[in-house]
Design a protein around this ligand. Sequence first.
Ligand SMILES: O=P(O)(O)OC[C@H]1O[C@H](OP(=O)(O)OP(=O)(O)O)[C@H](O)[C@@H]1O
Ligand code: HPA
Ligand SMILES: [Mg+2]
Length: 168
Amino acid sequence: MTDRLPHEKGFHISWDQIHRDSRALAWRLEKMGPGEAGDWKAVVAVTRGGMAPAMIVARELDIRTVDTISVKSYDHQKQSDAVVLKAPDAALMGDGTGILIVDDLVDSGKTLELIRRIYPKAHFATVYAKPKGKPMVDTYITEVSQDTWIFFPWDMALQYVEPYRGKD
Ligand SMILES: O=P(O)(O)OC[C@H]1O[C@H](OP(=O)(O)OP(=O)(O)O)[C@H](O)[C@@H]1O
Ligand code: HPA
Ligand SMILES: [Mg+2]
């Protein structure tokens, strides 16, 4: 979904902000992995929005094994109609143990619900979370209200705005 509904508030995130928030996510996830050192086996980005946060998390935590999962959800149909378009490496994933799955945000929770069903033991992390989707996330940084639409820097461009006093 790309259009903002009339009741939705806009929350505009700059590159600097997503970088800071993704770093904060990484620091929170440090030592939370399984095993003695609390390390993660791999980071899996939920494409496409999870790729920038996943890269920043992987860099901060020095994780070199990074894979992707692509989920397509069909808004006009039922939740169960979300499908995996591209799966990560099966041998790497197993049941998800030791795997850190990263997305930019959770909204309805539909995307992560599907991924959770496939990898029940994985750890799910997002930078932003809306209340409805929160039960699907293990770790997140900032909560926004359900009626907020988050605008990410990769979907925006700098543009001219009229001076405030010039508006009618
Ligand atoms: O919790 P949900 O209601 O499932 O929504 C959250 C998902 O929706 C957006 O991705 P989208 O499917 O729009 O694709 P994109 O990442 O390629 O932009 C966002 O990046 C999350 O992955
Ligand atoms: O608030 C949002 N912003 C951008 N993409 C999204 N996909 C679901 N919710 C959102
Ligand atoms: Mg996405």
